[in-house]
Design a protein around this ligand. Structure first.
Ligand SMILES: C[S@@+](CC[C@H](N)C(=O)[O-])C[C@H]1O[C@@H](n2cnc3c(N)ncnc32)[C@H](O)[C@@H]1O
Length: 359
């Protein structure tokens, strides 16, 4: 965590925010700095100053975990938080064999493989031929073109995964970029890229066979980037903190896509813009059916389509639950976005891009 981001963005205690406490009384402050390195707090504690709260939030491997249900999160992710980073790839392979397919160890490696490949594979000299990585960068680039650039001020990259889009946003101008996600292993990879200039990940070849890849990386403007652990549906920021929000392929990954959309006017400054992309790949593992935008009830007016529901929610008066204070300024259909599974398998989604502005 960079102290500059902490000071400039002024995160508040997520528990107090949900309880309606004045942000000035719950702005998080560092109480213990156990390890610092080149302007990053690598290990430390932040505390809520509200005398009735006093909750503490850890900073681990440079990543602050600003999550309301911290106990639940840590209890569920402790294997990933405590995972060894120093193991030889052969030992890692043996451990992977022991845990087997479908284990949480395997699932974490698959996620790292998929997202690190797409985000950083273009910088890997060993990555040649088809399919071509970099689809998230191409979607972002098109989103920025459609938005006609972003207003001055901090940018939030929601669901940043392993972080390449945050680095790409930092070259767009002299502004702070904050990447947030809930996956600790993905944030750890992003933080390693930021602090150490190194991307190291298990690239899946076949079955539970993964090859270790190590890529040196360096991004101009990276001093403006930081990565935090936050819930996209419960963000710990005072109103109007961001000039822009980018949420690529996240809408169909959260429990309530409507709540994510509804949080945008609160997060954005007046005139702020949000760039959203989504493949509408609904799954009850992420989103209960009742909260999907379309994808069900094909007998209804929109025949189950998702696109008109998203558009109506972002158009004043077009839907009973339309989000007030936003208007669509540009949209584009069917951009390719690739999710690589292994050497012989990848899924190509067609995502829709929507740019909205806060009135
Ligand atoms: C489909 S991936 C897209 C990642 C990246 N934006 C991209 O396009 O390559 C969705 C990301 O959202 C994150 N995510 C899911 N639910 C979240 C939540 N409630 N808060 C923050 N991040 C979340 C996941 O961990 C994952 O990294």
């Amino acid at each position: 965590m960079r102290s500059g981001h902490l000071e400039a963005l002024g995160p508040v205690c997520p528990v107090c925010r949900a309880g309606g406490i004045d942000p000035e009384k719950s702005r998080l402050a560092p109480v213990s700095l156990f390890e610092e390195e080149d302007g990053h707090i690598v290990q430390g504690l932040l505390r809520c100053p509200n005398p009735a709260c006093q909750r503490e939030y850890p900073i681990l491997d440079g990543i602050p975990l600003l999550i309301a249900n911290l106990r639940g999160y840590v209890a569920g992710a402790i294997d990933q938080i405590g995972a060894r980073e120093d193991l030889d790839p052969e030992i890692e392979g043996l451990l992977g064999d022991c845990c087997g397919p479908g284990s949480s160890y395997d699932t974490t490696r698959q996620h790292l493989s998929t997202y690190a490949w797409d985000h950083y594979g273009d910088l890997d000299p060993a990555e040649m031929g088809e399919p071509r990585p970099g689809s998230v960068l191409r979607v972002l680039e098109r989103g920025l073109e459609l938005a006609g650039g972003l207003p001055e001020g901090p940018v939030l990259d929601l669901g940043c995964a392993v972080g390449r889009s945050s680095f790409a946003l930092a070259v767009q101008g002299d502004r702070l970029v904050l990447g947030v996600d809930l996956s600790f292993p993905m944030l750890r990879l992003a933080s390693e890229a930021l602090r150490r200039g190194r991307v190291r990940y298990p690239r899946r070849r076949v079955g539970i066979v993964y090859d270790r890849r190590e890529i040196p990386v360096s991004f101009s403007g990276s001093e403006a980037v930081d990565f935090w652990g936050c819930d996209a549906l419960d963000l710990p920021f005072p109103e109007g903190t961001f000039a822009a929000v980018v949420a690529l392929n996240v809408l169909d990954c959260v429990a309530s896509p409507h709540d994510l959309l509804a949080s945008l006017p609160r997060l954005l400054k007046p005139g702020g813009k949000a760039i959203l992309s989504t493949p509408y790949d609904w799954s009850p593992r992420a989103t209960p059916i009742e909260a999907w935008l379309g994808g069900h009830s094909q007998r209804g007016e929109t025949a189950g389509a998702s696109e008109p529901v998203l558009r109506a929610l972002l158009t004043p008066g077009a839907h009973p639950a339309a989000v007030a204070g936003l208007r669509i300024v540009a949209e584009e259909r069917d951009l390719p976005w690739r999710v690589r599974m292994h050497e012989r398998s990848s899924v190509e989604y067609r995502v829709d891009l929507v740019v909205v502005e806060r009135g």
